[in-house]
Write a protein that binds this ligand. Structure first.
Ligand code: KIV
Length: 296
């Protein structure tokens, strides 16, 4: 089924870090999405997405857990192998699960397994300043790393729930500092989850590396969504930033193409998918100035 991908896509060179950096430099939005199996991966490739993440969200949407904490390295490798068989053009990134990067050596061994066994080209880990040392160690071993800031689902039990982050000036400032620190440590990309749109815009402007957002407003260099949210497969209440792209589409492929087009054109995310800071902070004034119609 996938054996002729190389020939089918010979006109479309695979995305790599240089392509992502060029897209940022030229202001072309990066369309990213999660995948967990070969069939969805092939559809996402057909839809022309730029980057695919084998996220530890698989613990929730595939395995039915309430959090991403139970996901193991073996789980991500298994799904990453399947996804890599369905992809040709998009850049493949894999999540390092909870507690698989607690020390430098553990992080290196596990990142190597994600790349050699899973086929990942970049690994993503959740962390702020305390992870800079790990990011630097991986980067010094020529491993491409994406640092995940903002809402960090692996910390849900410590944080006391899934909450929007960086809503007040002090935590926003800290996130800006941590993003710069992680970039200096060698991170090749930063992912921002569930933060005010104005903070997403500031961090994106301040970093040289591409910044991918999920619930981080319209001004990040790219957007990512969980494929099950794009295709409205997830049951129950949806996060504020999610959008059902099946609405008005006659097939999953059409919905995925609509998502990629909406990210590239900037029509997604719209104001209703964005978070605001707490009302009295300077960040709040920044976003109200940019978009007075946005409701809190
Ligand atoms: O695990 C995941 O799918 C993620 C996205 C929410 C960015 O980290």
């Amino acid at each position: 089924m996938y054996t002729h991908l190389q020939e089918r896509y010979a006109q479309r060179p695979p995305v790599n870090i240089s392509v992502l950096n060029k897209m940022k430099a030229e202001g072309h939005k990066i369309a990213c999405i999660t995948a967990y199996d070969a069939s969805f991966a092939a559809l996402i490739d057909d839809a022309d997405a730029d980057l695919v993440l084998v996220g530890d969200s698989l613990g929730m949407v595939i395995q039915g857990h309430g959090t991403t904490v139970p996901v193991t390295l073996e789980d991500v490798i298994y799904h990453c192998k399947a996804v890599s068989r369905g992809l040709y053009r998009p850049f493949l990134m894999a999540d390092m699960p909870f507690m698989t990067y607690a020390s430098r050596e553990q992080a290196l061994n596990n990142a190597v397994r994600l790349m050699q066994e899973g086929g990942a080209k970049m690994v993503k880990l959740e962390g702020g300043a305390s992870q800079a040392d790990i990011v630097e160690f991986l980067a010094n071993h020529d491993i491409a790393v994406c640092a995940h800031l903002g809402l960090k689902p692996q910390s849900v039990h410590k944080a006391g729930g899934f909450r929007v982050q960086g809503r007040d000036e002090a935590t926003a400032e800290q996130m800006r500092r941590e993003a710069k620190l992680l970039e200096s440590a060698g991170a090749d990309a930063v992912l921002l989850e569930c933060i005010p749109a104005a903070l997403g815009a500031q961090i994106t402007q301040e970093l040289q590396v591409p910044v991918i957002g999920i619930g981080a407003g319209p001004d990040t260099d790219g957007q990512i969504l969980v494929v099950y949210d794009v295709l409205d497969i997830t049951s129950g209440p949806k996060p504020k930033f999610a959008k059902n792209f099946m609405s008005g589409a006659d097939s999953p492929l059409a919905a995925l193409r609509n998502y990629v087009t909406a990210v590239r054109s900037g029509s997604y995310p719209a104001p209703e998918h964005c978070f605001l800071p707490l009302s009295n902070s300077p960040l709040s004034q920044a976003i109200e100035h940019r978009n007075p119609s946005t409701t809190k």
